[in-house]
Write a protein that binds this ligand. Structure first.
Ligand code: 13P
Ligand code: 13P
Ligand code: MG
Ligand code: MG
Length: 386
């Protein structure tokens, strides 16, 4: 029977700044889902990473189910009421619209969902990040499904040897493209290295996959709050569902993609680059400089609509090295203060509060008379936008 895994997340208020969720809020959301999910969900799991509340749901309604989306929306609304009562910071932060209108897309929360044909054993991992953006998944998803130095299964497992198909979204132009690895690897990399614009949305098996042909095996939230709201309102902290084993990356191949704390965007005020630190749930709170950006991995097995788990995968000394390196990188970057490349480049600061500061300086600017011709021409042509 077709089954759907839906993961919906939102920041509905945190304690004390953007550090962590407040347990009575989590409890309220959990109670709401428990009370209203009978006959709709076959199972669910509520968790949190930093200031983001996360609902993983199992059902047979298919992706984009209005009932499932509304349940998550109303659960977040109920949690927001508790957050408001105790004065949590940013209560209801990601709920950008007042009333639910059939689909939670474009309303603020992040959504990753996929229809699957469950295997005899259906193991999967939910990855959840805070203080970063959807493009932060580009590198690890590429490593899991396309890099044989990370995933030797691509070389030695006949079921993986054909590679995988990537669905990549251009989130600035609202268009998408499908490309397959290994034959289009360089084209895939040409795009997804620009992680603020091109984001991996889904990964599929090839049609020739013996065990699971043409199946969705990974999905990532790609919702950009700034593009919905038109201004900075938090930073689209992403989540992903990744199916594993039996012709897909092994559990350890999937986790291995986070063994090096590569740089991601979206730290402090959504305006800084920092290392992505893999942590267990116990350390999923954002402290130093509101971070550093973190990722948690919860491992589940699904059978007949029911979940077993989760296992808190990064709660393991095997990732101490990655955490130590991350902290060294933090020490290094922090000494740069407000300078690039610790701070994001100009083009990505558009939706932060920086343009407001720069606007006040506008009238104080005077022309440089002996500026090169080209610069003068550019200044003339952009005059209307000043
Ligand atoms: P499967 O091919 O059964 O998923 O096992 C791969 C493996 O050996 C993991 O280390
Ligand atoms: P969140 O997007 O996690 O709410 O963080 C906001 C921020 O800018 C913290 O510095
Ligand atoms: Mg927040
Ligand atoms: Mg957050």
């Amino acid at each position: 029977m077709k089954t759907t895994i839906s993961h919906i997340k939102a920041d509905i208020g945190s304690l004390p700044g953007h550090t962590t969720v407040f347990s009575p809020v989590v409890k309220e959301v959990e109670e709401y889902v428990k009370k209203h999910s009978a006959g709709l969900l076959t199972d669910y799991h509520i968790s949190s990473v930093g200031d983001d509340l996360q609902i993983t749901m199992i059902h047979h309604e298919g992706v984009d189910s209005p009932e499932v989306h509304e349940l998550a929306w109303n659960a977040f609304k109920a949690g927001t009421e508790v957050a408001k009562k105790v004065g949590l910071y940013g209560a209801g932060q990601d709920l950008l619209k007042d009333a639910f209108s059939g689909n939670i897309k474009g309303m603020g929360p992040g959504i990753a969902e996929m229809d699957i044909t469950p295997r005899k054993s259906e193991p999967f991992i939910v990855y959840m990040m805070d203080k970063t953006e959807p493009g932060a998944f580009n590198l690890p998803i590429y490593k899991m499904f396309a890099d044989p130095f990370n995933t030797p299964g691509l070389v030695i497992d006949p079921n993986m040897h054909e590679g995988f198909r990537f669905e990549i979204w251009d989130i600035q132009e609202a268009k998408k493209i499908e490309l397959s690895s290994p034959e289009n690897q360089y084209d895939i990399l040409a795009m997804i290295g620009s992680k603020g614009r091109y984001v991996v949305k889904r990964v599929y098996t090839r049609e020739s996959h013996e065990k699971l042909p043409d199946e969705n095996v990974a999905v990532i939230t790609t919702d950009k709050l700034s593009l919905i709201a038109g201004e900075y309102v938090g930073k689209d902290d992403p989540a992903a569902i990744v199916r594993i084993q039996s012709g897909l990356p092994a559990s350890g191949e999937s986790l291995e993609a986070f063994s090096h704390p590569f740089l991601v965007s979206g730290w402090m005020r959504g305006s800084f680059n920092g290392p992505l630190m893999p942590v267990g749930l116990n350390n999923a709170k954002m402290t130093r400089f509101d971070g550093p950006p973190r990722v948690v991995a919860l491992g589940f097995v699904l059978k007949d609509g029911k979940l077993s788990g989760p296992v808190d995968m990064f709660d393991d000394p095997a990732f101490d090295g990655a955490r130590r390196t991350a902290i060294d990188v933090v020490d290094y970057l922090r000494r740069m203060g407000p300078f690039e490349p610790h701070r994001l480049p100009d083009s990505e600061m558009e939706y932060t509060t920086l343009p407001k500061i720069l606007e006040t300086l506008g009238p104080k600017f005077v022309k440089i008379e002996d500026a090169p011709k080209k610069a003068k021409k550019l200044a003339e042509s952009t005059k209307d936008f000043d």
